[in-house]
Design a protein around this ligand. Structure first.
Ligand code: ZN
Length: 399
């Protein structure tokens, strides 16, 4: 990246970092069981809600007992369950129709990242009826309070229940982009580990690695705060302790709970301290080929950490030593390399490939452009890269 652009990016990031204490960040209030939603709704005099979810949740009957409770208490609910991975603008509009037609008063989003992305964008469209989703792309284009939004994660990964981002795909251009606004932060997060007990191994692994990517990208970036530093460290520690166990023993309550909290803490960390190019590239791959977000991140994460090299040895060594991956007497370099080796080991153990398959050379130019647009100047990454340098990274991660 040329000097002028570097100065521009770093100045922008510096201003954003200085602004952190003055910005209206919120942390959602935590509920530990799905059933706690009912008294909450009653206390807010809400009688009609819109539930945003997907077919997988419905097929696994994860909501059945909760819906019974709602029925017994005469709570009216309208379910939008057509959310697909990488939700589109059309879906946001479809769900919004359902909400408005039935005069709903609040939103409950149940699922992995996608139903929450969709629910946030829908909430934004409800309070900003004249602004299209396309016009909300980027930072702070909503600036209006959303209806009550309760986020119920069923995977331990996205951290979407804490974040101010909603990632939407424009299906006409395959462009996948985030909408960021403080008003998108859910008001409540339900961390109910019972909902994650039936997750297939492959989802457990890739979403867990997504959470790891959030914690690590926030930790190695230049916009850490003491709070996000703590949150990242705690998230990485919990992932090191619980992810492999969740993969091996899906029914383990303690490990499932540990991973839900890990993903939540990682979400709080990157909400203030941002992610980085790993996410920018993963988003472009999701938009172009529907490659699952966590899978893309899991593969790209160690490759990027190697690329950043000595710039991040110190920080990775801290994570490695806290988790017990490295020993106290190890040098920063040795400890950092052990941390990266641990990520490769975790991927291999959980059957995550080393490279991303299906990337077509002719698409790289466009994807690198999207990644460049997303990452620069916003992401406070350890080493800045322009479009040309990002293009090279696609060649490094592709099969
Ligand atoms: Zn992510």
């Amino acid at each position: 990246m040329n000097l002028f652009k570097r100065i521009y990016c770093r100045s922008f990031q510096f201003v954003m970092k200085v602004a952190i204490p003055f910005l209206p960040y919120r942390i959602p209030k935590i509920l530990n069981q799905l059933e706690e939603i009912l008294p909450l709704l009653k206390s807010k005099k809400i009688t009609r809600i819109c539930i945003i979810t997907d077919q997988g949740i419905q097929k696994n009957h994860l909501l059945d007992s909760f819906l019974n409770v709602l029925d017994e208490n005469n709570m009216e609910y309208y379910i939008y369950d057509k959310t697909i991975p990488n939700p589109t603008i059309e879906q946001v509009e479809e769900a919004r129709e359902l909400y408005l037609q039935n005069q709903c008063q609040g939103i409950v989003a149940v699922g992995g990242g996608s139903p929450m992305d969709l629910a946030k964008a829908m909430g934004a469209r409800i309070v900003r009826p004249k602004k299209s989703v396309q016009k909300m792309k980027g930072l702070l284009h909503i600036r209006k309070k959303l209806p009550l939004l309760i986020a119920v994660p069923t995977t331990a990964g996205t951290g979407s229940e804490t974040t101010l981002a909603s990632v939407i795909v424009d299906s006409s251009t395959h462009h996948k982009y985030p909408i960021n606004d403080f008003s998108l932060i859910p008001h409540y997060a339900v961390l109910d580990y019972r909902l994650t007990l039936t997750l297939p191994a492959q989802i457990t692994s890739t979403t867990g690695m997504d959470a790891l990517t959030h914690a690590v990208e926030a930790f190695i970036g230049k916009s850490r705060t003491p709070q996000t530093k703590r949150m990242s460290i705690e998230a990485v520690r919990l992932i090191h302790k619980h992810l492999k166990n969740c993969y091996d023993n899906p029914q383990s309550a303690e490990d499932r709970r540990g991973m839900l909290y890990a993903a939540h803490y990682a979400g709080i960390a990157f909400t203030k301290s941002y992610v980085g190019y790993i996410h920018a590239i993963a988003h472009s791959l999701g938009g172009q080929y529907h490659i699952p977000h966590g899978l893309a991140n899991a593969i790209i994460l160690p490759i990027f950490l190697e690329e950043y090299g000595h710039k991040i040895y110190k920080r990775l060594s801290i994570l490695a030593k806290i988790c017990g991956i490295a020993e106290e007497r190890d040098s920063k370099e040795v400890a950092a390399k052990k941390f990266i080796a641990w990520i490769y080991e975790m991927n291999a153990y959980m059957n995550i490939p080393n490279k991303v398959s299906g990337i077509r050379e002719e698409d790289i130019e466009k994807m690198a452009q999207y990644a460049n647009q997303e990452g620069n100047p916003l992401y406070p990454v350890p080493i800045l890269m322009d479009k040309k340098q990002l293009k090279k990274m696609y060649y490094k991660v592709m099969e």
